[in-house]
Design a protein around this ligand. Structure first.
Ligand SMILES: O=C(O)CCC(=O)C(=O)O
Length: 487
């Protein structure tokens, strides 16, 4: 079942939606028994999926599949990372998931990624349910780190937090960047609370509504949502596959926004930045990106710029980026240009040049991502760049597969290059040999996983042979995942 307009709007505002599967009680009981059994040997980590193949039925369920399609579009995919959580005797810290510990400078306001939490048992408050801070998916401040002079309310418990008591068979779909945590189990009884976490992502930009949309709601302007209004309105337009609406500002409102850009409260700053951007006033935001101010302001301005209507902003961004080529934070510009997709075509050569000339894995990573969004049909130069990052973006200190490597920007860049090649589909086939090589030889399991997905989606003779051999060998398990190294 596809979601309705109201459900999509509520998801865009709050950052989550609760779905009930149509699967019978005994299905969830079987999953519960199987996971209890599997845990006797330790947490299977990423391998939970091949261990309990029936989990696939949760995501084939019409309600769940329909809801994911509604948010991520028809061509969504499941990421190679999965995890099973058991509630423990301590609350987790409030956190946002990060890509396996990798430091993420920028996240996404647009729903590119979703977490799906599946609960195979009735989950009461005493059993340690998941807690969520609604609306935090748009915050630039991370609850785990923030300069001390900037207000950061998200590492404290607040009355707005939602505790998810739920029935067995519930799937909670959550914006990937929302602040959440697992709470502690208060029950003395030996009833474990399991949660299966799966990640899903969209492959491309929306071109039309992918939910059960009534065209009469097209001009919904999110009037009653408070300071988040300009953000939510922009997300709604984006989800419809439409250009973001131009909303001009009167002089007083403009002056108020300029003042609010440096306000103490994050919501006020976000609103001001988006209102300026949506009114086509982008110079001041671009100035913030070029300045020496605190990164939090740059991140907020960057998110807002992604909703700037019109073509002139692309020219201006390219012009300033050209002047900034040597600077380490040019990735903010590259990120915004990527968010415009094909609208930023004129930036292709500039981004390629920056990516090829720089040594910084973080900048290379953003170049990969933006090139793939701007030019989805790819060309030789783009494929060669992605291939170079995939095969050669390595630290001088050799990587192993240990925990600390998850914090290195080098595997992260290769991981994004592999993900981009997957997004390019058959257009990546000229470099199929490199993708096969990285699937078999890269020391990072997610690089292997995304290369496998890329080869599966390419569906050429060579890719099919490689996939078949690989799956015959692995049987769908990640060979680098074990109970000492679960993800
Ligand atoms: O165990 C839970 O309820 C939450 C799990 C969690 O925070 C996570 O998977 O990131």
């Amino acid at each position: 079942m596809k979601l309705t307009d109201e459900q999509i709007q509520s998801f865009l505002i709050n950052g989550f939606i609760k779905i009930q599967t149509n699967l019978p009680e005994h299905f969830h009981q079987t999953i519960y028994e199987k996971v209890t059994e599997a845990f006797k040997d330790g947490n299977p980590g990423n391998n939970i999926y091949p261990c309990i193949k029936e989990l696939g039925n949760v995501f084939k369920d019409a309600n769940v599949n329909g809801a994911i399609q509604s948010i991520l579009g028809e061509k969504y995919f499941m990421q190679p990372h999965r995890y099973t959580h058991v509630s423990g005797n301590k609350d987790q810290s409030w956190h946002r998931d990060s890509f396996f510990g990798f430091l993420k400078e920028m996240r996404y306001h647009q729903p590119w990624n979703l977490m799906a939490f599946y609960y195979p048992q009735n989950t009461t408050t005493k059993m340690g349910p998941t807690a969520i801070k609604p609306k935090t998916q748009y915050d630039a401040i991370d609850p785990m780190r923030c300069p001390s002079h900037i207000q950061n309310i998200n590492n404290f418990t607040s009355p707005d937090d939602v505790l998810f008591e739920c029935e067995m068979g519930t799937v909670l779909l959550v914006h990937y960047d929302i602040v959440h945590r697992g709470t502690r189990c208060l029950s003395k009884k030996d009833v474990k609370r399991f949660l299966f976490k799966f990640l899903f992502s969209r492959l491309d930009f929306p071109s039309s509504p992918s939910w059960n949309h009534n065209p009469c709601t097209e001009l919904w302007d999110a009037k009653n949502v408070g300071p988040l209004q300009p953000i939510i309105r922009s997300m709604w337009d984006w989800m419809l596959g439409k250009p973001v609406r131009l909303v001009p500002l009167c002089d007083d409102a403009y002056m108020q926004c300029i003042n609010d850009l440096k306000s103490q409260a994050e919501r006020g700053r976000q609103r001001a930045a988006y209102m300026l951007s949506c009114s086509g006033v982008y110079d001041i935001l671009i100035d913030i990106l070029s300045s020496n101010c605190e990164s939090i302001y740059k991140i907020e301005a960057t998110y807002a710029l992604c909703s700037c209507p019109g073509e002139q902003v692309v020219c201006k961004l390219c012009k300033v980026l050209e002047e900034k080529i040597q600077q380490s934070d040019c990735f903010y510009f590259i990120y915004v240009l990527g968010s415009f997709g094909e609208r930023a075509r004129q930036a292709t050569d500039l981004i390629l040049k920056i990516g090829a000339d720089c040594q910084c894995p973080t900048i290379k990573r953003y170049c990969c991502e933006s090139l793939c969004s701007i030019c989805p049909e790819a060309n030789d130069a783009i494929l060669n760049f992605l291939k170079d990052v995939l095969l050669n973006c390595r630290d001088v200190v050799p990587e192993s597969n240990k925990l600390k490597d998850r914090n290195s920007p080098y595997p992260h860049a290769r991981y994004v290059a592999a993900l981009c090649l997957f997004r390019l589909g058959v257009n990546a086939s000229p470099i199929v040999d490199s993708i096969i090589y990285a699937m078999l030889n890269d020391c990072n399991r997610y690089v292997n996983g995304f290369c496998l997905l890329s080869l599966q989606s390419m569906n050429t003779h060579d890719s099919k042979v490689a996939v078949e051999e690989y799956l015959n060998k692995t049987k769908g398990f990640c060979l680098k995942t074990n109970k000492r190294s679960t993800f």
